[in-house]
Ligand binder design. Structure first.
Ligand SMILES: Nc1ncnc2c1ncn2[C@@H]1O[C@H](COP(=O)(O)OP(=O)(O)OP(=O)(O)O)[C@@H](O)[C@H]1O
Ligand SMILES: CC(C)(CO)[C@@H](O)C(=O)[O-]
Ligand code: BAL
Length: 286
């Protein structure tokens, strides 16, 4: 296997990106955008594989977006592996890696932030109150900079996916938002760039998160009480050594809380901390 794809180009400025995109569009080619923060793993590669089925050209952005991190969070130690990322993206058939620096995305005087409600309410927002405003603003910028036909996001970050889909509809962004199912380790742990933070003991305990969700989903599917299933899963996550931020059942699309059993699919979502690592996961019930 070649050590890198001859095709991938790394661009650092919006002007270069737009020039390339104009050329592709003039040739009638469909373009897919895969936004990432780098430290690429098989979950990201799956987004690229799906992108290849939807478009002729793929742009992957690699940008550790400072505005979605709170001052107390891990911006400074977030894994940065650009050389390996370019190898993986090239091997996955990506045409362009867009790797802007912070000043390119947030020039002096930058003063605009997208304000969110709906699916952004609760869950992550209760623990990361400014997070989705940062995500939505940078994703809107990336979509406007690239002008893709389709943009792909992982279901691993399920609330993020719903927030972005809602934003694209609300702001009439001319792009199709596509969600890609979560890629997991054989023991069920969702792949995540932050898994590198896990100690060996924490890594051994981590699959309990997915197991607890699976158990709750099975109980609800079998007709069990949602609140009871959620309570059992919370206890299982805590017993595995996690400090729980939340574990909730929500309506899958709106992410509205579930007061009583209603029509439509349900999603179970969890965030919990083990050691120095905060993990999230989710599962569909129906
Ligand atoms: N296991 C996975 N399966 C499918 N998609 C994934 C997976 N992990 C990440 N993604 C998606 O890849 C895109 C980029 O995510 P990001 O670069 O933040 O990686 P990450 O692994 O989610 O990192 P983090 O540890 O910060 O959550 C997002 O749309 C995210 O949902
Ligand atoms: C969508 C995203 C690339 C925006 O910075 C980020 O939140 C992520 O990697 O999931
Ligand atoms: N994958 C989500 C990005 C974040 O947690 O900041």
């Amino acid at each position: 296997m070649p050590s890198s794809s001859p095709r991938i180009r790394t661009l650092h400025t919006v002007a270069e990106l737009r020039a390339q995109l104009r050329a592709w569009r003039a040739g009638g080619e469909r373009v897919a955008l895969v936004p990432t923060m780098g430290a690429l793993h098989a979950g990201h590669v799956e987004l690229m594989n799906v992108a290849r089925t939807l478009a002729q050209r793929i742009v992957v952005s690699i940008f550790v977006n400072p505005t979605q991190f709170a001052p107390t969070e891990d911006l400074g130690r977030y894994p940065r592996t650009l050389a390996a990322d370019l190898e993986k993206a090239g091997a996955a058939g990506v045409d362009i890696a867009f790797v802007p620096d912070v000043a390119e995305m947030y020039p002096p005087g930058f003063a605009t932030t997208i304000s969110l409600a709906g699916p952004a309410l609760g869950l992550e927002t209760d623990f990361r109150p400014t997070h989705f405003a940062g995500v939505a603003t940078v994703v809107a910028k990336l979509i406007l900079q690239t002008g893709p036909d389709v943009a792909l996001f992982g279901e691993k970050d399920y609330q993020q996916l719903q927030v972005i889909a809602r934003m694209a509809r609300d702001l009439d962004l001319p792009v199709e938002i596509v969600g890609v199912p979560t890629v997991r380790e054989p023991d069920g742990l969702a792949l995540s760039s932050r898994n590198v933070y896990l100690s060996a003991a924490d890594r051994a305990a981590a699959p309990a998160l997915h197991r607890a969700l699976q158990g709750a989903a099975a109980a609800i599917r079998a007709g069990g009480d949602i609140a009871e299933a959620v309570a059992t899963a919370r206890a299982q996550v805590s017993a595995a050594g996690f400090a729980l931020d939340y574990l909730e059942a929500r309506h899958a699309r709106s992410l509205a809380p579930i007061a009583a059993r209603e029509e439509g699919p349900i999603r179970l979502l969890v965030a919990a901390r083990i050691g120095a690592t905060r993990l999230i996961d989710n599962i569909g019930v129906d």
